[in-house]
Design a protein around this ligand. Structure first.
Ligand code: SAM
Length: 260
């Protein structure tokens, strides 16, 4: 099969890994599954035998046509995943299960897209470059913790499913890969934060990762005196960097800073 590197086409060639990925989605007998980037169908062929309804979203025209022929029982949408209103794919109240060996060049935008549609999704089992998975799953205080970790952990519970070497793909990519299972459980209400405003605040806090949090917040336009007071009220050292702060204290800081 010809591949297009620009579209991140590295096809899974390890059948045991494909089974493990689908197994991580749980029992699919009564479920609607959305597959992102089905490609040549390594995961699709297992899903097609297990899911009640399967919607496969593939941007590449020839691959999409091939999938429709090969799996007449599934729905193939030939389009960019980032333009798909996932919430509109639900049947009534049923939540979607999402799966995909992601096109790595747009991993972060795809994750943001899934988070935006969190109310329509129960679980997502997604493969990405190992270093990106490390950032998604990183704990506060570790080198990898950043805005991607904080955002992912605000929306989901994260589990590592498996790691795969380049040799598990055709053609082999230059990087190792990791499959994560993301179970949606947004923490906004529990932490007393407004989603949109808090996500902006996170981006401001991590704007210059190596700089002190207080400095980043000053650059974002917060009043210096107010910053120092809110840091103290939230139990955060004045010299702390955003990467050291867990979500509970970050939320407290936002509440204290934005209190009228
Ligand atoms: N699932 C297959 C597998 O595991 O063998 C293929 C995975 S390959 C890493 C990524 C797939 O995503 C490719 O088939 C590529 O054409 C498709 N793709 C790339 N960009 C896309 C986009 N914006 N929306 C939907 N699919 C996309």
């Amino acid at each position: 099969m010809k591949h297009k590197p620009k579209l991140g086409q590295n096809f899974l060639s390890d059948p045991a890994a494909a089974i493990a990925i689908v197994d991580a989605l749980g029992n699919l007998t009564n479920r609607t599954v959305v597959e992102i980037g089905p490609g040549a169908g390594a995961i699709t062929e297992i899903l097609a035998t297990r899911a009640r309804r399967l919607i496969a979203i593939e941007l590449d025209r020839s691959l999409a046509a091939h999938l429709s022929e090969q799996f007449p029982g599934i729905e193939v949408l030939e389009t960019d995943i980032l333009t798909v209103d996932l919430s509109a794919l639900r049947n009534g109240e049923e939540k979607l299960r999402v799966v995909g060996n992601l096109p790595y060049y747009i991993t972060s935008p795809i994750l943001s897209h899934l988070f935006q549609h969190h109310a329509a999704i129960e679980t997502a089992v997604v493969m990405m470059q190992r270093e990106v998975a490390d950032r998604v799953a990183a704990s506060p205080g570790s080198r990898d913790y950043g805005v991607l970790s904080a955002t992912a952990q605000l929306y989901t519970r994260i589990e590592r499913v498996l790691d795969l070497p380049p040799s598990a793909f055709m053609p082999p990519p230059e990087v190792h890969s990791t499959v994560l299972r993301l179970t949606m459980r947004p923490r906004f209400a529990e932490l007393g934060i407004a989603p949109e405003a808090f996500l902006v605040f996170l981006r401001q806090s991590f704007a210059q990762k190596r700089k002190m949090l207080a400095k980043n917040l000053r650059a974002a336009g917060f009043d210096p005196g107010r910053i120092m007071q809110a840091l103290q009220e939230s139990g955060i050292a004045p010299t702390a960097r955003a990467e050291e702060i867990d979500l509970e204290r970050m939320a407290a800081l936002w509440r204290n800073l934005t209190r009228q």
